[in-house]
Design a protein around this ligand. Sequence first.
Ligand SMILES: [Zn+2]
Length: 327
Amino acid sequence: MTEIERHTSKGMLPLDTKIPWLTGLQQSLNDAIETDRLGHAVLIQVDPGLGGEWLATWLAARLFCSAPSATKPCGTCLDCRRVVSDEQPDLMRLSPIEESKEIRIDQVREMAAELALTGHGRGRKIAVITPAERLNRNAANALLKTLEEPAGSSLLLLVTGEPSRLPATVQSRCARVGISVPPIEELEDWLRARAGNGIDWKAVMSAIGPRPFLALQAEAEAIADLQRETARALDQVASGALDPVETAEAWGKEDFALRINCIENWLVTRIRDWATGKRQAQAEALFAALDDAREARQWAETPINKPLALERLLWRLNAIATSRRPA
Ligand SMILES: [Zn+2]
């Protein structure tokens, strides 16, 4: 389990949720359904945490719904409710199995066999693969066979933020829809409207990235606190008021990946602030620290000695304090 997942709980937003950055895609998908252009495979390019899986579920409901309007599933019929509660027998979901981080060939084979059977309801079968870039090489090859010879009225929905990590042969056999990341203010507004003003959503997204769906499920307050605490401590290290070794020791213990996000955000902000002012010379040290942070990020999932990685970064900041002291 990754850190952010540890901070989150499961839950699916209702089908009628208004998600401004996805409405254009919903419209295109509706048009494709109305004009019978949906095909057998759609690649949905949406960055993680922006609702790609929700959109795939919405589309499945739109297709399974027994009383859909031209623009949306009804949300209340048995078919819609089954999609939402994941009890729709003709809807399959493929995701990495627990610890493996990969979608494997046996999962794809099982899905292909299932797609070849006749559906329970009106005959359609849908499989949602998310995040699709986690298909390993063998699994992607097996999927290619299904894409080349699609069964009956089956529909494959591949959700990914990184389509380029899929083989070109897989990409080329899918219709593609997608969005770019919306402005952070739009995401903040949406989060405030959904979950209230009580939480510093900007700080939350600083820590976890522009991922409003994740922000909603996360322990948002704890994450916002972490972001603020990190920023305060970094200011203190850079002014010589906090010891790099002790700080690194404490930070290496838990929430390492989140902490690195917070550190990167602080560095990027300070670089912007200092690059044009009288602290220009010191901004150099920040660039070096940013390289350290990006390197440390790669160690987040490994058993490497994390305090040591952070220590180097913090000493660079501490050196700024030393260089500022009058001789
Ligand atoms: Zn319905």
